[in-house]
Design a protein around this ligand. Structure first.
Ligand code: 13P
Length: 250
């Protein structure tokens, strides 16, 4: 299975800025071999359509950063999977730590969003990860187990393994410049692989597990070479086309 290099643009970039960055990235990617990589970009909702129409590289797929788990209805401010698909986007993030901690989404809602998105035809990158307090209290395993079990409790079957991706993002490493070290990453990704085997069975061996948290061009290659790391989810360092292109070519 190809490694995934994903860009989460969070609440950055207008449609015009999105157009500029993707145009620049398309040019840079002409010189990078992409046979073994899949690239995902998650711009804000207001840039989705622009991202899709500007992108002329069939190796880049576009996704939304969130969804609401209903077909349509009186849900002011929310966006449905059908609306995301209609923009030409094919992926969505669920459970990002900023939504868990700032917007107060709980595991149950993250689970509903994940299942509804998959059932609606979107591919999902479901994010999990512990806070520093949870890690220091020795709760890494329990936190990951709880998040994964609730996220994946009612997966539609059959589900082809490339449609569901897990991103491990330790909260303390996001936007802090503190990348988890190799041992931390291997430990967490091994736990996630074992938990996945219990929850979804043999297809867990083909489920891609991404690492996210202060990834930059300087550390991308080392992290990508670690056991059970099947890609990267990049925030800040994905905002500039040249920096993201360096991570893609790592
Ligand atoms: P940073 O790469 O800025 O630490 O953000 C990581 C992240 O949250 C990606 O989803």
């Amino acid at each position: 299975m190809k490694k995934i290099i994903a860009a989460n643009w969070k609440m950055f970039k207008t449609a015009e800025e999105t157009k500029q960055t993707i145009t620049e990235l398309n040019k840079l990617l002409e010189n990078i071999p992409l046979e073994k990589k899949e690239i995902l970009i998650f711009p804000p909702f207001t840039s989705l359509e622009t991202a899709v129409t500007t992108n002329n590289n069939d190796k880049i797929a576009i996704g939304a950063q969130d969804l609401y788990p209903a077909k349509e209805g009186a849900f002011t401010g929310e966006i449905s999977p059908a609306m995301i698909l209609a923009c030409g986007a094919t992926w969505v993030l669920t459970g990002h730590s900023e939504r868990r901690h700032i917007i107060k989404e709980d595991n149950a809602l993250v689970g509903q969003k994940t299942i509804f998105a998959l059932a609606s035809g979107l591919n999902v990158v479901a994010c999990i990860g512990e806070t520093l307090e949870q890690r220091e209290a020795g709760n890494l395993y329990d936190v990951l187990a709880e998040q994964l079990q609730q996220t994946l409790a009612k997966l539609p079957t059959p589900l082809s393994p490339e449609r569901l991706v897990i991103a491990y993002e330790p909260v303390w490493a996001i936007g802090t410049g503190k990348t988890a070290n190799a041992e931390d990453i291997i430990e967490a990704h091994t736990i996630i692989r074992e938990l996945l085997k219990n929850i979804i069975g043999v297809s867990a061996m083909q489920t891609r597990i991404l690492y996210g948290g202060s990834v930059k061009p300087e550390n991308a290659q080392e992290i990508l070479s670690l056991d059970n790391v099947d890609g990267l989810l990049v925030g800040g360092a994905s905002l500039k086309a040249d920096s993201f292109a360096k991570i893609i070519s790592a």
